[in-house]
Write a protein that binds this ligand. Structure first.
Ligand SMILES: [Fe+2]
Ligand SMILES: [Fe+2]
Length: 204
């Protein structure tokens, strides 16, 4: 008899243990956290993109000069890009994310794109801004959907940057981007280039 009640007690204990484990698991499941590989990709690609953006505006300012009228407009956007890259420089360290191995390429390609479009003219430089900022703005919008509640701060940062990129896009339109020679083809080519750079920088 004693033996049987001993077994019953042991079974009951087991049941209790099982129950508390289940509860623990549920609580854990309630905490929605962002997938680490998705988070890494977001930070890596945004760091690369903001770095590229600073280089594009460096290239344009190198052609127009800081003190020209258009140079001052571009400098305003370049200053915001500097804020953006500094934030991602911090995040890449804080979240221990490996930066893209292609920074040297984006350094050269960004500057060449900025200087190249500026050499065509002011409107072409602005068309470049419109194309780049359109892609980056859309990309930032999509990323906010991927971030869960454990990354609220980052979601807020990206939302703020999205607003800045939209402002840059609109500055481009206001400065006659759409009247640039070959506007449609040029913006399409730049958009494809940006999307390709994004896809590569997420992984490499
Ligand atoms: Fe930016
Ligand atoms: Fe921008």
């Amino acid at each position: 008899m004693q033996y049987i009640s001993g077994i019953t007690m042991a079974l009951k204990k087991k049941k209790i243990k099982k129950k508390s484990f289940k509860k623990k698991k549920t609580i854990k499941q309630n905490v929605v956290s962002t997938d680490k590989s998705i988070l890494d990709e977001i930070i890596r690609v945004d760091h690369a993109g903001e770095y590229g953006a600073t280089r594009i505006y460096d290239g344009q300012i190198a052609v127009f000069g800081k003190n020209s009228k258009i140079g001052k407009t571009i400098q305003h956007m370049a200053d915001q890009e500097q804020e953006h890259i500094e934030k991602f420089n911090e995040l890449i360290i804080e979240k221990r994310v490996r930066p893209t191995a292609l920074l040297p390429l984006w350094n050269v390609a960004g500057f060449a794109l900025g200087a190249g479009t500026a050499l065509i003219g002011e409107k072409a430089a602005m068309a470049c801004t419109v194309a780049v900022e359109k892609v980056i703005g859309e990309h930032y919008r999509e990323q906010q959907e991927l971030l869960e509640d454990d990354e609220k701060e980052l979601r807020k940062t990206i939302a703020k940057f999205e607003k800045d990129e939209l402002e840059h896009h609109n500055i481009g339109i206001e400065h006659g981007a759409e009247n640039a020679p070959g506007y449609k083809v040029m913006t399409k080519v730049i958009e494809i280039g940006c999307k390709t750079a994004i896809a590569i920088s997420k992984k490499i």
